[in-house]
Design a binder for this molecule. Structure first.
Ligand SMILES: *Cc1c(COP(=O)(O)O)cnc(C)c1O
Length: 405
């Protein structure tokens, strides 16, 4: 099976497709018809690769984490996406899509954001390329990720609060889609994860695939082989995982692990672990696993981590889960916090809360001494300092306002 790219209708097995209102047909069809030709063109690649190298700071290090390795009895490497300009993997996709938007003649960019990393990355790309930028963000996330809101504003973006539902990521996507329906001609929607109608999941995966391309090369240099035994990444919508897995998807000897946000526990009613809780449904333009009631109402998700607080999952990952090509773990808030403090203490790296979910898999899975384990450190923890400090003071994660009574 080819796990890497969707078929011509945008399906990965049973998942994907493009379910959009009529008003968006022209935009989505234009993208479907043109995206590969545009992004594979030589002038596009020259501009994109130059920006990745000289603006973003790629390649990012593949860091052998000696202390983590000793503790968990395996060779643990961290792919340092936290060292990218703006502090996470999101910039790879935001720049790629902003360049694409320019070639489509669009001058107005909209985006949704959860933790604010995609909003910051998009605002950055727009500042660089002279594009208008509007970012939709859940009201709760605006409160819990204040430093990123300030950065977006300084970068010249307009930040619009999404006030419906749980006032988090899902609601921000809804607002962004509504905006796009109202401004189809002038506007490109830079989706921040491997979700949405075809071709977005494939587009985003291709822009993020630079992560696994570099891992292959760096492992060859450091371990004398291109393939690790395990790849681990956290999964919100699935973009950093898609990028980390991409060039290894069809090498079945590389084991793939996704870490989802368990929240207060998979069965607590306060969770965002979609592969455990989701059923086949349509959310934000594609058919995938969705956390929903029997009559199809989307269930409000919960995670301490704004970037993973989403009731769906990209179609590539839904397929990897169904076909058992990847193994998924549900990591609870307290486990992620513990992993974040551990990495900080023994390696001197403060990770994003999202990335800490991937790190927590180390404590849940048995590895052999010589196993090469690569973990995607998707972002840095600056934006989460308030949450971390609160935890330092109380020693236990607090319930957040995004939870329902
Ligand atoms: C947005 C974000 C994520 C989750 O999004 P994916 O699309 O699943 O990668 C993970 N880590 C960080 C640091 C993020 O900003």
């Amino acid at each position: 099976m080819n796990y890497q790219n969707p078929d011509k209708n945008g399906y990965y097995g049973d998942f994907g497709g493009a379910f959009v209102p009529e008003m968006l047909y022209p935009n989505v069809e234009e993208l479907q018809n043109k995206y590969l030709e545009i992004i594979e063109a030589e002038d596009f690649q020259n501009e994109f690769q130059d920006l990745l190298k000289n603006y973003v700071g790629r390649e990012t290090p593949l860091y052998f984490a000696k202390n983590l390795s000793k503790k968990y009895g395996a060779k643990v490497y961290l792919k340092r996406e936290d060292l990218n300009h703006t502090g996470a993997h999101k910039i790879n996709n935001a720049l790629g899509q902003a360049l694409l938007a320019k070639r489509l003649g669009k001058k107005r960019i909209i985006a949704e954001t959860g933790a604010g990393q995609h909003g910051v990355a998009t605002a950055t790309a727009c500042a660089l390329l002279g594009l208008e930028c509007i970012v939709y963000m859940g009201e709760i996330d605006i409160q819990r990720q204040a430093p990123n809101v300030a950065r977006m504003k300084m970068l010249g973006a307009k930040v619009v609060p999404a006030t419906s539902g749980s006032k988090t990521l899902k609601d921000a996507v809804n607002e962004a889609l509504r905006d796009w329906i109202n401004h189809p001609e002038t506007t490109h929607y830079i989706i921040g994860s491997a979700v949405g109608p075809h071709p977005f999941p494939d587009l985003v995966a291709r822009f993020q695939s630079v992560i696994s391309k570099e891992i292959k090369k760096q492992l060859q240099e450091q371990e004398g082989r291109t393939n690790p035994d395990y790849l681990i990444a956290c999964v919100g919508g699935g973009s950093n995982a898609a990028g980390t897995f991409y060039h290894f998807l069809n090498d079945e000897n590389v084991k793939l692990i996704g870490a989802e946000a368990g929240g207060l526990g998979v069965h607590s009613g306060e969770s965002a672990a979609t592969t455990f809780l989701g059923t086949l449904g349509i959310l934000h333009g594609s058919q995938s696993l969705v956390m929903q009631t029997e009559d199809g109402q989307v269930i409000e998700p919960y995670s301490i981590s704004a970037g993973l607080d989403y009731p769906g999952i990209g179609p590539m990952h839904a397929n990897l889960s169904k076909e058992k090509r990847a193994e998924f773990f549900s990591i609870n808030d307290d486990e992620a916090l513990k992993a974040a403090f551990e990495l900080t203490k023994i390696e001197g790296i403060i990770p994003a809360l999202e990335s800490a979910h991937a790190l927590a898999v180390l404590g849940k899975k048995k590895f052999k001494k010589d196993d090469v384990v690569v973990i995607c450190l998707s972002g840095r923890g600056d934006k989460d300092m308030e949450t971390y400090l609160k935890h330092l003071e109380t020693e236990s994660p607090k319930k957040t306002e995004s939870q329902k009574d």
